[in-house]
Design a protein around this ligand. Structure first.
Ligand code: GRF
Length: 195
């Protein structure tokens, strides 16, 4: 199976996913793309031998459809079977999602359905939650709302800030996403829970 990954920044999740596919694995990373030409993850992908591209979303301003048309064009060239959104910070329209529905995954840094959207860790702290975590889900047109494929839970500790909690969750993201992808590639969509 051919996997394309989309990032917006450092791409730490992308790196772990690409590394997970370098050994004996039914899938391989064929392309890494970003909406930011300066995304640090693009260099990391290139260093791992994965072709990269960037479609800077800024020149498109509010024309989301035009941005997505170029994104789609670049993706189609690599003919991926699966797309992994990994720290990709652009909202995708229904039209784009429909092209890939059922084969586009995302990782979100909360225990969905709680805390869809941004600032998930601060919101969990503000709510006084004892447990936080991350979720890998299939992408559907509604933001952070698709069928859940895997979740990992971490304890919230006294004195946690959004940054310390984010760092603890990120460690679990790096375990969860590769594990979910490996199962997904083999057609297994049963829920994976890491505690
Ligand atoms: C992570 O918190 C991830 O959950 C979110 O983007 C953040 C950065 O991810 N989607 P990465 O280091 O760019 O993979």
């Amino acid at each position: 199976k051919r996997v394309a990954l989309l990032i917006s920044g450092g791409g730490s999740n992308m790196v772990k996913l690409v590394e997970s596919m370098q050994g004996d694995h039914p899938a391989r990373a064929v392309l890494v793309g970003s909406n930011d030409p300066e995304a640090g993850g693009l260099k990391k992908a290139a260093a791992m031998g994965v072709p990269t591209f960037a479609v800077d979303h800024r020149p498109y301003k509010g024309d989301r459809a035009a941005f997505e048309a170029e994104l789609q064009r670049q993706l189609e060239e690599a003919q991926p079977d699966i797309i992994c959104l990994a720290g990709f910070m652009r909202v995708l329209t229904e039209g784009f999602v429909r092209n890939w529905e059922g084969r586009m995954l995302n990782i979100h840094p909360s225990l969905l359905p709680k805390y869809k959207g941004l600032h998930t860790h601060q919101r969990a702290l503000d709510a006084g939650d004892d447990v936080a975590g991350c979720t890998v889900h299939l992408v559907t047109p509604e933001l952070d709302d698709g069928p859940i494929l895997g979740q990992a839970r971490v304890p919230v500790q006294a004195g946690d800030t959004a940054d310390t909690l984010a760092a603890r969750v990120l460690v679990q993201e790096h375990k969860l996403y590769p594990a979910v992808l490996r199962r997904f590639v083999s057609g297994d969509q049963t829920l994976l829970t890491l505690d």
